[in-house]
Write a protein that binds this ligand. Structure first.
Ligand code: FE2
Length: 297
């Protein structure tokens, strides 16, 4: 099979814009169909991030990359990564065609399965892609699944998602913001300074630099309700990054029943992506340089 393409089933207008919707089933990773170019794209992206991330990504992430033996030897085989996951945290990667509907995604996480898009971006998309591909899903998300506390947080998030699905769209939005500001764009405070753990950052060269080095964005201490009530950007770097003190803090935050929190938040207007509040623990108030002022999600 040459130049295999993911099976899109339809397009859908959603609150996140016009997004493709894929067949939702789990597939075999079609490893033999990857072209030389596909493997080169992996190697290039891997090399760039591996050079950039020491001193920027958190130790747990870098350790995960090493333990999986990711490298410049082409796209990893999911089956190999799954051997190690099975022996450690019990997670499994499953290959999918692309973004999944919320309830399907939550069900995977709740059962310790992480969906990974099997296809990789094209060489002219190294720096930006509007939807998650294999490099984002695999390099960005999977290394931290070897960390026992983070692995439990991801499962708790999936279970929370199943529940929120029954509560309603506003609850789901609150929960989506939690994922966005932690799993995708989270920073962590360490004795050596702020480090990256969010998959959306570690898989992006530009944001790996911007999130830590730029004076423009806010960096604010994590709070569950603060994050759940803060809108976000999908089209630019983040205006605010939330900083956790450790993965235990994340897992502990998901312990309580969210239902009363959803009710409380429903009565209040959400904060803009770039707001700084009096109650915030502020690491850095952004200069707001280069910020777009409209269209937070
Ligand atoms: Fe992601």
């Amino acid at each position: 099979m040459e130049n295999a393409t993911p099976r899109r089933v339809e397009h859908q207008q959603t609150d996140r814009g016009y997004v493709p919707v894929y067949a939702t089933g789990v597939v075999e990773q079609p490893w033999d169909s990857y072209t030389v170019t596909d493997h080169e794209v992996w190697n290039t992206l891997y090399r760039r991030q591996r050079e950039l991330l020491p001193g920027r990504a958190c130790a747990e992430f870098l350790e995960g990359v090493e333990r999986f033996g990711m490298g410049e030897n082409g796209i990893p085989k999911f089956a190999d990564l799954n051997d190690l996951l099975a022996k450690t945290t019990g997670w499994q990667i499953v290959a999918v065609e692309g973004l999944l509907p919320d309830e399907v995604f939550f069900d995977h996480l709740a059962n310790r399965r992480f969906p990974v898009s099997w296809w990789i971006r094209k060489p002219d998309q190294l720096d930006y892609l509007s939807e998650p591909d294999l490099f984002h899903d695999l390099f960005g998300h999977v290394p931290l699944l070897l960390n026992p506390v983070f692995a439990d947080y991801m499962q708790a998030y999936g279970r929370g998602g199943m529940k929120a699905f029954g509560v309603g769209p506003e609850a789901l939005m609150n929960l989506t913001r939690l994922y966005w500001y932690t799993v995708e764009f989270g920073l962590i405070n360490t004795p050596d300074g702020l480090r990256i753990y969010g998959a959306g950052i570690v898989s992006s060269k530009g944001e790996s630099i911007y999130s830590l080095d730029s004076a423009a964005p806010n960096r604010i201490g994590f709070g569950l309700e603060r994050v759940m009530s803060t809108r976000y950007r999908i089209d630019t770097y983040q205006q605010t990054y939330f900083v956790i003190e450790g993965f235990e803090q994340l897992f502990d935050a998901t312990r309580p029943d969210f239902t009363p929190i959803y009710q409380r938040l429903a009565a209040k207007a959400p904060h803009a992506a770039g707001d700084v509040l009096d109650a915030d623990r502020v690491f850095n108030v952004g200069t707001r340089e280069g910020w777009a002022t409209n269209a937070d999600t």
